[in-house]
Design a protein around this ligand. Structure first.
Ligand SMILES: C[S@@+](CC[C@H](N)C(=O)[O-])C[C@H]1O[C@@H](n2cnc3c(N)ncnc32)[C@H](O)[C@@H]1O
Length: 106
């Protein structure tokens, strides 16, 4: 997990795993700059608070409320090109495979 500047989590829910992974990546990578949390639900207070704290350390947190199957999401990750992704959104095989095929190019 070295040389990683960005992280994407599809299906971030409350943000527990998201925050733990961000903190591990941040400590291991001086160039870790951006993390993207994606979920169908509103941004939770947990992620919102973390976002404010992380900003002071030079880490940008992007929250995308919507589906990983949307065109808007595709446009966003094509721009951001996350180095590491966790696919934990739609757990149906077709949904997980679709998410995987989308992020694997990065
Ligand atoms: C198992 S939970 C994620 C748990 C989280 N990764 C953690 O470890 O704390 C799955 C989440 O995926 C979200 N989800 C399901 N399908 C999705 C999709 N197509 N795009 C974005 N989020 C999705 C659900 O709303 C739910 O919050």
């Amino acid at each position: 997990m070295r040389n990683c500047s960005s992280y994407l989590e599809i299906g971030s829910r409350w943000g527990g795993t998201f925050i733990v992974i961000c903190e591990v990546l941040r400590r291991m990578n001086p160039g870790f700059k951006r993390a993207i949390a994606v979920d169908l639900i509103e941004e939770t207070p947990f992620i919102e608070r973390y976002s404010n704290i992380a900003k002071d350390d030079g880490l940008e947190i992007v929250y995308f409320k919507g589906s990983s199957t949307s065109d808007e999401f595709k446009r966003m990750i094509t721009e951001y090109k996350p180095d590491i992704s966790l696919v934990d959104g739609d757990h149906k095989i077709a949904g997980a495979l679709k998410d995987h095929m989308l992020v694997r190019q990065f």
